[in-house]
Design a protein around this ligand. Structure first.
Ligand code: F6R
Length: 606
């Protein structure tokens, strides 16, 4: 959450900072700001809302400073307004910050007693005044070391100083930060995506480290202020071209890209000539693993829940699924024969990263399923399974969800086969079916017109429910999450069999209820649960797969039939109409689909 950029150059930097902030907007978009240094004074401009507002400001357009920092904010402390926007500055220092300072109230008290005056409601401002205070007695490096030691919580920081025309300091604890190297200029950024338009030479800071960025060189220090050496990584020099094309929104594009997401994933992992799944260099023998624990947040957590059904179906492994923010604070019994799998599109989610760090500190086996391969989670896990779905910009995850569940399905198939839990014949059959999946998803994308009409009923309702059993239950949760995050309609995902244990009381005349009932082993049971909600007045949208057998139920409001395939793969198809339902519902309401209120794409605070 929040995005940081810093540039130390010989040329004016404001235009490049604004461009980078636009790329970072997926990390937070409630306010933006920039500070540059010119002729010994710090010029700061901030605005509420999007980077566009900041860019239009005539002061920004005329900034000539050759060193500067910029920020896009996702508010934690204080309202999302221009006063609380970053940078925060004192007479001497200007700071941008991602993360949360947990002891800010105590520090503020101390600083106020020393005569410091605060302007904002943010936790960040204490950092500005703490550095200013420490600079009274210390040199720059020592004042930074001392300040960082006083801070509790998580941060990535970018700092410039009034009387230092060739210096940006970057510091990291818990929030990602990278340094980039250019000709006669160097950069600081919260991820390589923001830096890639300027350089492909990157160094990632590790927790506890800070850096001193000059125009012609960069130095790194550990938390005690001792100089350290860091590697420079060379990323692919092709900057990924990613725009909306003819689509109105990134989300619409990303939904339509899903057949290629699956095609790419299959191409990367499935060896069609030998009927095998290529998971090279898997560092453990299958007999070293008896349990698999899947961990993620939000949509990625739903991917984990989905995978549980496949691991249980295709292997004899024990399976646990956990929400990262719960896992990291529970009294877990860590076991050597457990493989801990961390699922994350961004690879930067604070809770997932903390859960990974915890497992690493216990010397557990760790594997990650990520989209961003340069991310902290990918870099720190022992083994990485990339999902290869390309940049995902829409805050609501769509193609990354299908990418994650594809890779988890392949892992379940491969482990099942290696462990001999799954016979060769069945393994081959499942791989054969999988090859058809991208085309089936493509055909399912055609259910468009019907969903556009249906979405109106959801918009007019007070709330809605999404029901499913077995393989369809995680998809019901995902459908409800998509609807609530995009169209702000209350939506609950529930296991259909649980309805009569309480939630049935919510059903009233005309309430829209989505029932996922593909023709799998759970079909008849789910249809019975559907009849129970219809009997209580619900308007049921049934989503099932095409079949020659008639649906034996009356008074279904609407039915959508997806294509037919084996039961393992139906969840991929069921997901598509639910993504579209959420999309069209938000579109009709005129909401900002790619940037829903209060959310951000990369959640780097806990
Ligand atoms: C919902 C959504 C979020 C993310 C969650 C985890 O559409 O996108 O729930 O899935 O914040 O993010 P990653 O996958 O980046 O760890």
């Amino acid at each position: 959450m929040c995005g940081i950029i810093g540039i130390n150059s010989k040329k004016p930097v404001s235009a490049s900072i604004i461009n980078s902030l636009k790329k970072l907007e997926y990390r937070g978009y409630d306010s933006a700001g920039i500070a540059t240094l010119h002729a010994g004074s710090i010029n700061e401009v901030k605005s509420e809302g999007r980077v566009d507002n900041l860019e239009k400001n005539s002061v920004v357009q005329n900034m000539v400073g050759t060193i500067g920092i910029g920020h896009v904010r996702w508010a934690t402390h204080g309202l999302p307004n221009s006063i609380n926007a970053h940078p925060h500055s004192s007479q001497n220092v200007s700071v941008v910050h991602n993360g949360i300072i947990e002891n800010s109230t105590l520090l503020k008290k101390f600083l106020v007693s020393k005569g410091h005056k605060f302007k904002s409601q943010t936790d960040t401002e204490v950092i500005v005044h703490l550095i200013t205070e420490n600079l009274k007695t210390e040199n720059i490096v020592n004042s930074i070391t001392k300040t960082l030691k006083s801070l509790h919580g998580s941060f990535a920081l970018g700092i410039i100083f009034k009387d230092q025309p060739d210096l940006i300091i970057g510091a990291r604890r818990g929030s990602p930060l990278a340094v980039g190297y250019g000709p006669n200029e160097n950069y600081l950024g919260s991820d390589s995506y923001a830096l890639k338009s300027m350089t492909n030479k990157i160094t990632y800071l590790s927790d506890g480290e800070f850096c001193v960025i000059k125009k012609d060189h960069v130095e790194f220090f550990n938390e005690d202020g001792i100089k350290i050496n860091k590697k420079v990584l060379e990323l692919s020099s092709e900057e990924e071209k990613y725009d909306k094309g003819d689509y109105k929104h990134f989300m619409a594009k990303e939904i339509e890209e899903q057949p290629s997401t699956l095609k790419n994933g299959i191409k990367e992992y499935v060896d069609t000539s030998n009927n095998d799944i290529n998971i090279f260099n898997f560092p453990w023998k299958t007999n070293e693993i008896s349990t698999i624990t899947l961990i993620g947040c939000g949509t990625a957590y739903h991917s984990c829940l989905m995978a549980r059904y496949w691991f249980e179906e295709l292997t004899n492994l024990n399976v646990n699924v956990d929400i990262a923010s719960e896992f990291r604070y529970r009294k877990n019994r860590f076991k050597k024969d457990t493989l801990y799998v961390f699922v994350s599109q961004s690879g930067e989610t604070a809770d997932t990263y903390a859960a990974l760090s915890l497992c690493k500190s216990k010397e557990m086996k760790t594997c990650s399923v990520v989209n961003v391969i340069e991310s902290s989670i990918a870099r720190d896990s022992e083994f990485v399974l990339p999902i290869h779905c390309g940049t995902e910009i829409g805050v609501a995850s769509t193609k990354a969800f299908l990418g994650q569940i594809l890779i988890l399905y392949l892992l379940a198939l491969k482990l099942g086969f290696l462990r001999k839990d799954l016979k060769r014949e069945l393994f081959n059959k499942k791989l054969k079916d999988l090859k058809e999946l991208p085309d089936l998803v493509q055909q399912t994308l055609l259910t468009d017109n019907k969903i556009q009409t249906i979405s109106k009923t959801f918009n007019d309702a007070k709330g809605s429910m999404f029901l499913g059993r077995g393989f369809s239950y995680p998809i019901a949760l995902e459908g409800a999450l998509k609807l609530k995050e995009l169209s702000y309609i209350h939506a609950e995902g529930y296991p259909a069999g649980e309805m009569k244990h309480g939630p049935l009381a919510l059903i009233e005349e005309g309430m829209p209820v989505v029932v996922l009932a593909p023709r799998d082993d759970y079909y008849k049971k789910t249809i019975s649960n559907m009849q129970e909600v219809i009997a209580r007045g619900a308007k049921v949208l049934l989503i099932t797969n095409k079949s020659k057998d008639e649906i034996i139920s009356e008074n279904i409001w609407e039915t959508i039939e997806v294509e037919t395939t084996n039961a393992d793969l139906l969840p991929f198809l069921l997901t598509v109409p639910l993504q579209k339902l959420a999309y069209y519902s938000a579109l009709k309401k005129g909401y900002d689909i790619d940037k829903p209120r209060n959310l951000a794409k990369s959640v780097t605070v806990e």
